[in-house]
Design a protein around this ligand. Structure first.
Ligand code: ADP
Ligand code: MG
Length: 250
């Protein structure tokens, strides 16, 4: 049981190749981190998996538990349990946070079955308490006027409520102060489970001080160029991405 990415190639709509053969297997129960310089294709990888517009898959495959992810619409991917928290979460004006999450949960229920409102709010509030999110927050429109930290906490709240099989968190640490980062990490760590895989995308090591990954991969110029254990993240923090420029990696 895993998310399996095999020799994935993808371009922008104008034909510019961004992903140049990415291969990666993330079994359920594991947390994999992808690090790498800006512009290396990390966000493109996550968006291609989630099914965002603007990218064309030109080769390779992504399967979830053996099923072809590219055969599914964005909505089907989400219902199959793939969750993507955005690097720059978008605003959904006019839809409250509480209703947004409720609608997403409702969409997964069989026809005719309704979410129990009392149980829903009880669950929502208990997760909000873990993430230290104010109760007023439920009535506010999704991401509207949120600070960077609030948006990130909201993403983790969605993660905790939707309980995906597979979560991709793209730069969930960017723009967070250390306290907010710890709260976000607490939420993610609470969601770690043998039934759930995580892909954490981050430019910096600091998130990985709080969410210990099982494996670390380095992406550069549209490929995974190195993989290792958690020590690789520490090494990158010290040495930077200079090694990517050395002749043997060319
Ligand atoms: P990373 O997340 O590693 O910083 P990205 O996946 O965001 O990298 O970007 C990889 C490359 O693709 C960059 O050169 C970026 O400018 C380009 N790119 C990605 N998405 C788009 C887009 N929608 N339009 C134009 N260029 C894009
Ligand atoms: Mg990015």
């Amino acid at each position: 049981m895993s998310l399996l990415i095999q020799d994935l190639h993808a371009t922008l709509e104008d034909g510019t190749e961004i992903l140049k053969g990415v291969s990666l297997e993330i079994p359920k129960g594991e947390v994999h981190a992808i690090m790498g310089p800006n512009g290396s294709g990390k966000s493109t990888l996550s968006k291609v998996i989630a099914g965002h517009e603007g990218y064309v898959v030109t080769g390779g495959s992504v399967t979830l538990d053996g099923e072809d992810v590219f055969g599914w619409s964005i909505d089907e991917r989400s219902r199959a349990g793939i969750f993507l928290a955005f690097q720059y979460p978008s605003e959904v004006p006019g839809v409250s946070n509480a209703n947004f999450i409720r609608a997403a949960l409702q969409a997964r229920l069989p026809q005719g079955q309704e979410i129990d409102a009392v149980a829903y709010y009880k669950n929502l509030y208990s997760k909000m308490d873990i993430l230290e999110i104010d109760r007023k927050f439920t009535a506010r429109a999704v991401n509207e006027g949120f600070s960077g930290g609030e948006k990130k906490r909201n993403e983790i709240l969605q993660l905790m409520m939707l309980e995906p099989t597979f979560a991709i968190l793209d730069e969930t640490d960017s723009g967070l102060d250390i306290d907010a980062l710890k709260i976000v990490a607490k939420g993610v760590n609470a969601m770690r489970s043998p039934d759930r895989g995580f892909l954490l995308i981050t430019h910096y090591q600091r998130l990985l001080d709080h969410i210990a990954p099982d494996y670390v991969h380095v992406m550069a110029e549209g490929r995974i160029v190195r993989s290792g254990g958690p020590e690789l993240a520490l090494e990158l923090e010290k040495e930077g991405y200079e090694f990517l420029k050395s002749p043997e990696s060319a």
